[in-house]
Design a protein around this ligand. Structure first.
Ligand SMILES: [Zn+2]
Length: 95
């Protein structure tokens, strides 16, 4: 279902099972807090919202969407990251 998404441990970089990731995402979306994935490589449990995914998935309580805008200037994106949080995830796509 999500063959195009790869999931990695942020501590050691080992791959994580994508099925466990999406199950945890589903529970997180239902409001369950404290969802985490344990890495088989380093044995560290990572909160699902901090797991690294490619392409990047962002689990957050705030999202800004610039729909049908031209590509945002790098300085603007950098300033937005400074104002919001160092954990800001930037996603870009064009239809
Ligand atoms: Zn690991």
């Amino acid at each position: 279902m999500h063959d195009d998404v790869q999931v990695f441990c942020p501590t050691c970089g080992d791959g994580l099972p994508d099925t466990e990731f999406f199950e945890a995402v589903g529970r997180w979306l239902e409001g369950h807090e404290g969802e985490s994935l344990r890495c088989a490589g380093c044995r560290i449990a990572t909160p699902v919202e901090l797991v690294v995914s490619v392409p990047a998935w962002a689990l957050a309580n705030l999202a800004l969407v610039f729909w049908s805008w031209p590509r945002l200037h790098d300085d603007f994106v950098a300033e937005l990251r400074t104002v919001l949080s160092p954990r800001t995830v930037w996603q870009w796509s064009k239809l």
